[in-house]
Design a protein around this ligand. Structure first.
Ligand code: SF4
Ligand code: SF4
Ligand code: SF4
Length: 349
């Protein structure tokens, strides 16, 4: 036994002494010590899975090549991540994945951010090593916000696990076997005909370009903000290019949302902000037609009309798009100025 504190363990990885938290896997212990072990199905937000077999390692005293992502690290363990046997398995696994994968990286939305590219580069694989398989699936384009190109899918199950473990919807699963294996909905229907909520959480966890947003462009810079759609107050980064919002990413440091977003926050911002029909000034109906007016004109007209009603003649409905402070002011206006308790909020609809 080592003399590590009770909540810590000491192990050795590639000859380097490593102190890790009790309960960490071998993969987590290596990552905490900045030792790279290639992975594709491992995801810090998801339960260990051990599906892609890329993170195999040798552990002294242990038979075979266990997967680092599913093996608990223990005190005194001696781990090797770069032996010939380990590298042979990793390389073969990666070559098999590439044989099943279209090599269209330049036009893929995930280019430069693709984890398969990163693993192949790490292993020094620079050409298609095996004969290309003829797996061909139609792209599921049914969702308005993202598409599922199963030919690019490496069957890591990060999307299906995300949909079950994080969003708790369970809209997709791995279905069929062998070359027929694919991500599918119940009854193998298009995504839009399934129980999918279009939150896009699965898209953010896909390591390759199989699940990709339809209209996102790479931003040149990002701006941190809070989603304006509801009172949850999810944190987000708006990606900006040429003065336009081109992407939305969840802020993992936001305590309310921890990086997650729903369909409105993730896909409902850029179109509405830049929509040509967006109202940017008050409109007053004159001679049956709406005409642009100043804010003073609009507010004067509303206050003049509201003065004609009192108590039960009037009801006020407030909005989740307002801040807490604005909602507070609206209930004050209703109760003390308009004299009504008929007050509600769109979050209850
Ligand atoms: S978009 Fe959301 S609900 Fe739909 S499959 Fe992906 S994670 Fe599940
Ligand atoms: S769609 Fe992406 S996340 Fe889902 S299994 Fe395929 S590669 Fe993995
Ligand atoms: S992302 Fe969805 S849940 Fe989060 S604040 Fe926006 S609307 Fe609300």
């Amino acid at each position: 036994m080592s003399d590590a504190p009770q909540d810590k363990i000491n192990l050795t990885i590639n000859g380097q002494p490593v102190t890790a938290d009790k309960g960490m896997t071998v993969l987590e212990a290596a990552q905490a010590a900045q030792i790279y072990i290639p992975t594709l199905c491992a995801d810090p937000d998801l339960e260990p899975y051990g599906g892609c077999r890329l993170c195999v390692v040798e552990i002294e005293g242990m038979r075979g090549l266990p997967t680092a992502c599913t093996t608990p690290a223990s005190d005194g363990m001696v781990v090797h991540t770069e032996t010939p046997a380990v590298n042979e398995v990793r390389t073969t696994v990666t070559e098999l994945l590439i044989a099943d994968h279209p090599v269209e990286c330049l036009t893929c939305p995930q280019n430069q951010r693709c984890e398969l590219q990163k693993v192949a580069a790490y292993l020094g694989i620079t050409e298609q090593p095996l004969r290309r398989t003829n797996r061909l699936f139609p792209v599921d384009n049914s969702n308005p916000f993202f598409e599922l190109d199963r030919d690019k899918c490496i069957l890591c199950a990060r999307c299906t696990r995300t949909c079950s473990e994080i969003t708790c919807v369970g809209a997709i699963e791995l279905a069929y076997r062998g070359y027929e294996a694919k991500v599918a909905t119940f009854g193998d229907q298009p995504l839009m005909d399934s129980i999918c909520k279009s939150c896009g959480e699965c898209v953010t966890h896909c390591p390759v370009g199989a699940l990709a947003p339809k209209h996102a462009k790479p931003p040149t810079h990002e701006v941190a903000t809070t989603c304006p759609y509801c009172g949850v107050g999810c944190g987000m980064y708006l990606g900006i290019r040429d003065g336009h919002i081109v992407s939305v990413t969840g802020d993992r440091d936001n305590p309310a949302s921890q990086g997650r977003l729903c369909v409105k926050g993730r896909y409902g911002i850029n179109e509405f902000v830049h929509h040509p029909k967006r109202l940017t000034t008050p409109l007053i109906k004159r001679n049956g037609e709406f005409a642009e007016a100043s804010w003073d004109e609009g507010l004067d007209l509303v206050s003049e009309r509201l003065a004609n009603y009192k108590g039960d003649e009037i009801a006020v409905i407030s909005s989740a798009k307002c801040t807490n402070e604005e909602n507070y002011v609206i209930q004050k206006l209703a109760r003390t100025v308009l004299g009504t308790n008929n007050l509600d909020h769109c979050a209850r609809l």
